[in-house]
Design a protein. Sequence first.
Length: 449
Amino acid sequence: MQETHTPTQVTRALAAHLARFDFGALPEKVVHAARRGILDWIGCVLAGCRHPTLDKLNRVLSQVGGHPVATVFGRNTKLGLLDASLANGQAGHVLDYDDTHMSGTVLHTSSPTLAALFALADREGANGRAFIAAYVAGFEAGVRAGQAAPRHHDGGWHLTGTLGTIAAGAAAGKLIGLDATQMTHVLGIAATQSAGMQQNRGTMCKSFHAGKAASSGVLAALLAQQGFDSSQEILEGSKGFCRIYSTVAQPERVTEALGERWEILNNGYKPYACGVVLHPPIDAMIELGVRVSADAATVESVALRVHPHVINITGVVEPQTGLQSKFSIYHSAAVSYLDGNAGIEQFTDERARDPAVVALRRKVTVTTDDALRTDEAYATVTAHGKRFEAGVAHASGTVDNPMSDAALERKFRANAAPAIGAAKTNEVAALVWRLETVADVRTLTALLA
């Protein structure tokens, strides 16, 4: 039965729900969605773990960190509980290849949530059923908090840093078995640490937000476990999250269809290693690259029509680094036409400066259309005096055009095998697809070092 609560009770109501439900309450489709998310994210961490950003971060963490108890994926080392959460959270997001929830909240839920959970499970031990339930709890808390603050993104906040902290805290609290009161405090301790600015897109700080969210979430859960308290109205209070992080507050949405609508089912997965709003025009440009078959030098112009969010978020005109290029619609359009792909190799420092890419992206013009959905785009390439057009109603990987299990596993294998080898990659995939039967998640973690 759907629960209803007044807007002045939503933090406690959400916390009680998070503490109360267990794996047995989850429909099979929710469990399957969790398996998909875990598999995809592990691959993203292993693909990102050797990025130069992580070299810098791990050097510092190894100098200042706590007792090494938790695995740093793909680096054959351990760090302190909070530090491993930070490192794995940043690695999972550094390539912008991780999943994206798009149902009213643009949130990379898995990087902060799973980084927190794997670190805690490494220290505490946890079975697969409890791990999945905690992962689902993270989606419920993070996404619903975002839905209650619908103008949060407009304020310049990076939601993976802000909402991701709430998601990671809720998941961590669930995994260590906190009660309803403690879970209320987790939400408060996590929310008061929420941070992350969109100004840092295209820099190492963007993925740092995901790592800090994971670390802050673990800290919130452990503090609450010790009786550390917080406001019990952190979401809906007069100076609470919904009020100060958004010009519009809708706290009643936190408990809307709570226990009936599971937010993990609205998660999307990325076939391309860049900002998710770029995926519709990339789909269109890949199609045109095949159809037009014109050398880039003979392309006269490229015209894109997209939702306004695309240019607002990814309007970098002349990216100089791979991280910047992940937020350039001009680069993405050019490189996807040239390469027929927009994977990891298309967003390196070298590719951002490649003369052929630079020449083509300077031929790209962009117009915005408020009538378009965020997952919709249209592209026109003019070459040899002819116009070629392509339209994308729903971008690849979105809920309305999802990646199949087979496609998701192919992505995982391509990401994981270079880091841990083919044999371990096979073992990891097999374990994740039956994670609810695993007695100790450390069996999985041991393969990821």
